[in-house]
Design a protein around this ligand. Structure first.
Ligand SMILES: [Ca+2]
Ligand SMILES: [Ca+2]
Ligand SMILES: [Ca+2]
Length: 151
């Protein structure tokens, strides 16, 4: 996959190569590896750890690995918080989890880097129904991840 994307065989994938290569089959493979928003420029910037505007093989593999790790952490944390298995984490479930489960608290601090506040919850809850579905949770966590990674 790396070689297919690296059209000019420079052993680096440029942002343009990534954009142009992300079609059809390859697009779904990349989505599996990096998540569905992988064309956001910020992911590219964060993954380009030596800042040479190219993704080499090592950076490519790290990108995939980091994505996988974050995804697993988000998934397991969400499941733990969603006590009634409704696929939504209500404000009440969140507050209770934070109070009673140190593992959830630790995971959340790892994900967002600070204590979770009411303001953060409101920011995450895009639909404003005082409940987070998995999609809202991931979007919010990923935005924070990108922000922190580029600080
Ligand atoms: Ca690079
Ligand atoms: Ca729930
Ligand atoms: Ca919501």
């Amino acid at each position: 996959m790396f070689k297919t994307l690296d059209k000019d065989c420079s052993n680096e994938i440029s942002l343009d190569e990534l954009k142009n290569g992300a079609n059809g089959d390859l697009k779904s493979k990349l989505t599996n590896l990096f998540g569905k928003d992988f064309l956001r420029v910020r992911y590219f910037e964060v993954s380009d750890t030596d800042h040479n505007n190219g993704i080499n093989l090592e950076e490519f593999l790290m990108w995939a690995e980091n994505t996988k790790r974050r995804r697993q952490l988000l998934m397991s944390t969400f499941r733990m918080m969603d006590k009634d298995a409704s696929n939504e984490v209500s404000l009440r479930e969140l507050v209770q989890s934070m109070r009673t489960n140190p593992e959830i608290k630790a995971n959340l601090s790892e994900i967002i880097g600070t204590e979770l506040t009411m303001a953060e919850f409101k920011r995450a809850d895009k639909s404003g129904d005082n409940s987070l579905d998995f999609y809202e949770f991931v979007q919010w966590a990923e935005d924070i991840y990108l922000q922190r990674a580029l600080e």
